[in-house]
Ligand binder design. Structure first.
Ligand SMILES: [Zn+2]
Length: 95
C-alpha cells in the first residue's frame, strides 16, 4: 500500500481519523435492510488530517470502493425488484 499524501500540500504527515460509526435510524434499517446499511457504512470514505497544513480530507479505501460498487449493484437490484413488483401488481389489477 503506497503512502498517502495530502491532496493540498502533498505532505506525507497524515493521520487517519477513526471511522465514524454513526447509528442508523432503525426505521431506515428496517426499510432498506441491514445489508444495505452495512454496505453504506463500509463505503463511507475515511477522514484524514494533514499535520503539515492542518487540512482535513476524505479518502476512500479500496475496501470502501468495493463496498460502494456492491452498494450500487444492490441499489439497482432493489429498484428493479420494486419496479417488477409494481408492474406485477398493475398487471394483476387490470386483468
Ligand atoms: Zn497538507
Amino acid at each position: 500500500m503506497k503512502a498517502m499524501t495530502c491532496p493540498i500540500c502533498c505532505s506525507t504527515d497524515i493521520q487517519g481519523y477513526p471511522k465514524q460509526r454513526g447509528l442508523y435510524p432503525l426505521g431506515i434499517v428496517a426499510i432498506i435492510g441491514l445489508p444495505f446499511a452495512l454496505l453504506h457504512q463500509a463505503s463511507a470514505p475515511q477522514r484524514y488530517h494533514c499535520s503539515s497544513c492542518g487540512q482535513d480530507f476524505p479518502h476512500r479505501t479500496p475496501v470502501a470502493r468495493i463496498a460502494r460498487v456492491f452498494l450500487i449493484i444492490f441499489g439497482v437490484a432493489l429498484a428493479l425488484l420494486v419496479l417488477l413488483a409494481i408492474i406485477t401488481a398493475t398487471l394483476s389489477q387490470s386483468s
